[in-house]
Design a protein around this ligand. Structure first.
Ligand SMILES: *[C@@H]1O[C@H](CO)[C@@H](O)[C@H](O)[C@H]1NC(C)=O
Ligand SMILES: *[C@@H]1O[C@H](CO)[C@@H](O)[C@H](O)[C@H]1NC(C)=O
Ligand SMILES: *[C@@H]1O[C@H](CO)[C@@H](O)[C@H](O)[C@H]1NC(C)=O
Length: 379
């Protein structure tokens, strides 16, 4: 990521005009969370795909699906066994940001014997099974496998495949599927204005490690840049981008290269959500268009597969640059659908996943035997 020279407060004011207080609040969340708090009385992100069917799992005298009226001691305990990548944050953020309060979230391993669920970050096991929580586990305890990268970037650690009762990931078929959902509103959004643009095509990129599967996107980029200027931000440009500059910079680009590092089903990350939330048109490289359309309207993005080659894509973007009416059509979907900015601070990368695990554990008590995780994940 990198630093832009533009003044943050100025940009913020511009941006605040179209995303409102919510965005400004997120932008400054790290510095100013107290001022933000009242705005988070309701969830900023609706709870993703695992909204339970209340009538199926509970009855009114046994309200396991609701958190209201529960005391702290009655809440199920979710033990975070490792801090993913050692990025630490305040567990209160689940309440403040997502209005999630259904479990007692802790990193205190002394609570292991009481923990209703234990969340284990796959990468942190590091090929050493002694890093896992102890066995035998309490009979009521569920273990949750947390992994947010694609299969290409998943170390196959032998011995962990049959331990986990629940999976937590971006995949729709994970038990706890955490994504960046767009939300529909019946009432048209009349307030959306395309932000001012001073760059044609941008790319924020820091990962240039070939081992992570980026060959496809680098090859495409190297071809594309022969025909169109790409403004590069992030460490590939030689300068880190500040976390708080992410949305203000994104909004000033007409198009953004939302190129995933590797191509897998459902592996559509914040690289898509960023431009959608900022008012920028994503140009996507990842799974087929059909898979993108599972999550985002077909006219909200441009897919590289829509073109025979990079030159044709470049020509199309250059044509749209000269044709405001055609460009504006990429914003029609926003009348009834809205993207929500995601957290951009480096230490918040796992916050949403962990909070939604808490939400899930607060609502779901079902027994579930472990199944071979790799058979599922690598299929
Ligand atoms: C749940 O049950 C109540 C009472 O029987 C009913 O009024 C309500 O519509 C049901 N909700 C759903 C989502 O089925
Ligand atoms: C709801 O649960 C309670 C406690 O488990 C049980 O006594 C009661 O009969 C249940 N009510 C219904 C309507 O199923
Ligand atoms: C979790 O999975 C393990 C392994 O299949 C099983 O022995 C255990 O009973 C499960 N626990 C719960 C609470 O689902």
């Amino acid at each position: 990521m990198m630093l832009t020279t533009a003044k943050l407060p100025q940009l913020t004011m511009v941006v605040a005009g179209w995303l409102g207080g919510l965005f400004t609040c997120l932008l400054f969340f790290q510095y100013n969370s107290r001022t933000c708090a009242p705005q988070y009385a309701r969830p900023v992100q609706p709870i993703p795909t695992f909204q339970p069917d209340i009538n199926k799992s509970v009855n009114s005298s046994n309200p396991i699906s609701t958190t209201s009226g529960q005391t702290e001691e009655e809440k199920p305990i979710l033990l975070l066994w490792f801090w993913p990548e050692n990025y630490r944050w305040n567990f209160q953020d689940c309440k403040t940001i997502y209005n999630i309060d259904g479990c007692h979230l802790t990193d205190d391993r002394n609570l292991y014997n009481q923990a209703d669920a234990v969340l284990v970050f796959h990468k942190a096991i590091k090929h050493d099974l002694s890093n896992l929580p102890p066995s035998p586990r309490p009979p009521f305890q569920r273990w949750i496998w947390l992994h947010v990268e694609s299969p290409t970037n998943t170390p196959r650690i032998p011995g962990v495949e049959n331990l986990f009762n629940l999976t937590l990931s971006y995949r729709r078929d994970a038990d706890i599927s955490v994504r960046y959902p767009l939300t529909v509103s019946k009432k048209p959004n009349e307030d959306f204005v395309i932000p001012n643009k001073d760059k044609l095509l941008c790319w924020f990129v820091s990962n240039v490690a070939p081992s992570t599967g980026i060959g496809t996107r680098m090859k495409y980029y190297n071809e594309l840049k022969k025909y169109i200027t790409v403004s590069i931000f992030g460490s590939m440009s030689g300068k880190r981008m500040r976390d708080e500059d992410y949305f203000p910079t994104m909004s000033t680009c007409k198009f953004y290269l939302a190129f995933e590092n590797s191509i897998h089903k459902d592996y559509i990350t914040e690289k898509l959500n960023g431009p959608l939330a900022a008012g920028t048109v994503p140009v996507v490289l990842g799974p087929p268009r059909q898979n993108y359309e599972d999550f985002s309207p077909g006219d909200s993005f441009i897919h590289i597969d829509d073109f025979p080659n990079a030159e044709a894509l470049a020509n199309y973007l250059l044509k749209l640059d000269k044709d405001d009416e055609a460009y504006k059509r990429y914003f029609n979907w926003r009348k009834h659908v809205r993207a929500t900015p995601h957290l951009t601070y480096w230490n918040q990368e796992f916050t949403s996943y962990i909070c939604h695990a808490c939400e899930y554990i607060g609502r779901h008590k079902e027994y579930k035997a472990a199944h071979n995780i790799y058979k599922w994940w690598f299929s």
